[in-house]
Design a protein around this ligand. Structure first.
Ligand code: UTP
Length: 407
């Protein structure tokens, strides 16, 4: 195997990965060769150039349910969604494989204590919200938690120690997402140890593929799950398996749904739902022209108004159809700990290398239709991204208090 791997690495100009090979035990040598054999080298071709966009247009009114419309139909949506939940047709997927580097907390983000006078963990906030649905519908919603190789053990142990914050463990499963190699600014793969190639979680777009690779498809079939509600770990006001949202998506006859908030200001830095060549899509704030940012409809409402909050509903049939479609890889410049040519550990103070991610928002583009479902941002959007300032621990605490959560 060594010979084949060496040849492969020579062709790719990456033989430095075997620089410390002779210093390794024979077990570690085997492990390293096996890891290299399984690496996805396509990251080496990534230049970081963003994909060409099609023609971007605002969402049509029939694709959006505003808070006012939802209020009018709330009872009916609730009944439809609650019925689907009771019949076991709805599952939840918690994306908890991220590295949370902006928060700078060295444990899984869900383990962060957002409480002030009492302990209140991010995982606990989310599970409390999901328990509201259990109370309302009388049914436990299957919860699938995606972790990464780095944080899987910590996450499982933490939740078990806390007795899953009152959720029934029979309805919780875990799966681990895939990793992709990191690449330095010279286009070289890196070593995190003498016998280990540096990799990072492959982003939140691979969740369904990872779920299926982990053997969860059997469980989906056994339970008869048709809809999967997928959401981020770091929004402490996140409402999962929200019966009204599920009900509105089902009644709309659309293939998917996205919770959205009205933009707080034209220049707010959120991805915005739009139509791209007539299909649902999301345009990032940095891709918008000034004209798009300021554009308003005849009622004075921003045309590109609907910011996504990483809470989507997808139909399992469509997910199965698109599972082999390749999502674009996005490149992020990060601080990546590694070893140098002499085997010394380098902990960079500034970003030094790229990690590669697929994004769940790119799955929206693969849907034939998507309902934008507006929620009140003060009630449902409190992201914990940063230590301080915008979308931080402090802003999330304020919003928790605003919603009557004792912290
Ligand atoms: P972010 O894009 O905020 O990334 O994740 P992050 O890694 O958590 O944080 P930073 O950028 O390093 O500060 C949005 C959601 O997607 C999940 C995160 O856990 C969060 O719920 N995610 C992200 C994954 O599950 N896997 C990934 O590889 C990346």
């Amino acid at each position: 195997m060594k010979k084949e791997i060496t040849e492969k690495l020579t062709g790719l100009e990456q033989t430095h990965l075997l620089r410390h090979y002779d210093e390794l035990s024979s077990d570690d040598q085997k492990t390293l060769l096996k890891q290299i054999d399984g690496l996805d080298f396509s990251v080496l071709d990534e230049t970081g150039a963003e994909e060409e966009r099609g023609t971007i247009a605002p969402m049509r009114p029939e694709d959006v349910k505003t808070v006012a419309e939802i209020e009018k139909n709330r009872d009916r949506y609730f009944r439809t969604g609650a019925e689907a939940i009771k019949q076991g047709k709805v599952g939840c997927v918690l994306l908890a494989g991220g590295q949370g580097s902006r928060l700078g907390f060295n444990k899984p983000k869900g383990m962060f204590n957002i409480g002030v006078d009492r302990e209140l963990y991010i995982f606990e906030c989310l599970i409390n919200n999901l328990l509201d649905v259990v109370k309302e519908t009388g049914a436990f919603v299957p919860l699938f938690i995606m972790t990464s190789a780095d944080n899987d053990c910590d996450t499982r142990e933490f939740l078990a120690e806390h007795n899953y914050f009152g959720y029934d463990a029979d309805h919780i499963s875990f799966f681990i997402q895939e990793q992709l190699p990191t690449v330095d600014t010279e286009g070289k793969l890196m070593l995190s140890d003498k016998g280990v190639v540096s990799t990072a979680p492959n982003g939140n777009g691979g969740w369904y593929a990872s779920m299926i690779r982990s053997g969860i498809s059997e469980e989906l079939e056994k339970r008869g799950i048709e809809w999967l509600n997928v959401f981020a770990v770091d929004n402490v006001l996140q409402r999962m398996a929200d019966p009204c949202f599920i009900g509105a998506v089902i009644e709309s006859g659309k293939q998917s749904g996205a919770k959205v908030v009205a933009k707080a200001a034209p220049e707010e830095r959120v991805g915005v739902m739009c139509l791209e060549n007539g299909r649902p899509s999301i345009v990032e704030y940095y891709e918008m022209t000034d004209e798009m940012i300021e554009k308003r409809d005849e009622n004075g409402v921003l045309s590109y108004n609907w910011g996504v909050i990483l809470n989507y509903v997808f139909h399992v049939n469509r997910l199965n159809d698109i599972i082999d479609m390749r999502l674009p890889l996005h490149r992020a410049f990060k601080k990546i700990k590694h070893i140098d040519g002499n085997g010394n550990v380098v902990e960079p103070a500034e970003p030094n290398a790229y990690k590669f991610e697929t994004l769940v928002l790119d799955m929206v583009k693969l849907q034939d239709s998507c309902l934008a479902y507006e929620v009140d941002r003060k009630k449902e959007f409190a992201p914990v991204k940063n230590k301080e300032g915008v979308d931080s621990v402090d802003t999330a605490r304020e919003l928790l208090k605003y919603n009557g959560v004792i912290i």
